[in-house]
Design a protein around this ligand. Structure first.
Ligand code: PMV
Length: 357
């Protein structure tokens, strides 16, 4: 494997005294189908994961920078100071200065906002950390006069900031984690699956049903750690590897039945793992289960290939191909909306990945 930590560029030297500029990137969130839950070493996964890249749930980050004698960082979130986010970013940058050596000569102002609603319970670390990394790599690109961003490095650096963020840098779908069933796969970075999937998956919607907007009771960092003592950990990792193999085949052939079976099994397993951790967490709410029951009933009655997945929280992601969007949207408005907090849901869909704004 290419050693992505090595930087054959100019940063052993001085940046030009007039080096300055500003740039802006947007990067989307992603929703995992095969889940990453449990990590080792420096943010390395115990099993491969596969995700849809989203479109409407994104972070937009702008960076303004100029040459300075030492590294300076100023961070604002949605126009205000946000000490918790600022501390997370500073920690990441200081721990990874070898990836961004030019930072030691830069005064950097970051301004970030999310396009999804406040307190929607939607995790933003994947979109925010990948947007940050893309800003940094774009500054590096300008400093060394390179043409393009190195997307593999973008994924690698994003992974070190927040595991699932490494999947957000690619359009449509991404695979992160080494598997025998994809020769380019790696634990160190994600790879795009754009060319290896049936066209139907490029039309997928993700309607995010906001059952609760409460802040998560367990952070994903704590959740990953709990897997270390989980009695089912080894079985889980084995099964996730098997699910990855089966899902990759279903994605290629367009087998929606297999897609539904694997996706729902993965969502429920993630929550089962949390329930049998010590301490144990139940992150589903009553209305999460009601929605799941309604979705399964609706699918049985209509034969429409709609299924659900869950993140580490109570909100339900409804996944379905565009061909059925009218029927599913009617189903949401007529039945499912009543289970959502203030009837709120987000109409998202598979997206193009990050872009420079
Ligand atoms: O990237 P993290 O450390 O926030 O973990 C993400 C964990 C899940 O969202 C539950 C699953 C996944 O693969 O995205």
């Amino acid at each position: 494997m290419k050693d992505l930590r090595k930087n054959n560029n100019i940063f052993d030297d001085e940046l030009p005294a007039d080096f300055q500029g500003s740039l802006k990137w947007q990067s989307p969130s992603n929703i995992a189908l095969v889940k990453y839950w449990g990590k080792r070493g420096r943010q390395l996964p115990h099993n491969p994961s596969v995700s849809f890249t989203l479109s409407e749930c994104r972070t937009e980050t702008s960076a303004t920078f100029h040459k300075a004698d030492c590294f300076g960082l100023h961070f604002h979130f949605e126009g205000k100071e946000h000490p918790a986010f600022a501390a997370k970013i500073e920690k990441y940058l200081l721990e990874n200065l070898s990836l961004f050596p030019f930072l030691s000569q830069l005064d950097l102002c970051l301004e970030s906002r999310n396009t999804f609603p406040h307190s929607s319970g939607i995790a933003s670390s994947a979109s925010s950390m990948s947007a940050l990394v893309l800003c940094l790599l774009d500054i590096e690109r300008q400093a060394i006069g390179a043409r393009d961003i190195d997307w593999r490095k973008a994924s690698y650096c994003s992974r070190l900031a927040s595991g699932s963020a490494c999947r957000s840098v690619f359009p449509t779908m991404a695979l992160w984690g080494a598997t025998d069933y994809h020769q380019d796969s790696s634990d160190e970075y994600a790879i795009p699956l754009n060319d290896e999937i049936h066209p139907v998956f490029k039309t997928y919607h993700d309607s995010i049903l906001l059952v609760s907007d409460a802040v998560k009771t367990v952070s994903s960092r704590a959740g990953h750690t709990l897997m270390d003592g989980n009695p089912y950990a080894e079985t889980r990792y084995r099964q996730a590897k098997h699910h990855t193999q089966q899902l990759l085949a279903a994605l290629k052939s367009g087998d929606l039945e297999a897609f539904i079976r694997i996706t729902e099994a993965e969502a429920l397993q993630l929550h089962a793992l949390m329930m049998c951790s010590s301490p144990s967490f139940i992150l589903m709410k009553t209305n999460t289960l009601r929605i799941i029951e309604e979705v399964r009933l609706f699918r049985e009655e209509t034969k429409i290939p709609v299924c659900f997945t869950l993140d580490a929280g109570p909100n339900v992601h409804l996944l379905y191909p565009d061909d059925f969007s009218d029927e599913v949207k009617r189903f949401i408005v007529n039945i499912l909306e009543s289970y959502c907090a203030d009837s709120r849901w987000i109409a998202d869909h598979v997206g193009e990945g990050p872009s420079r704004l």
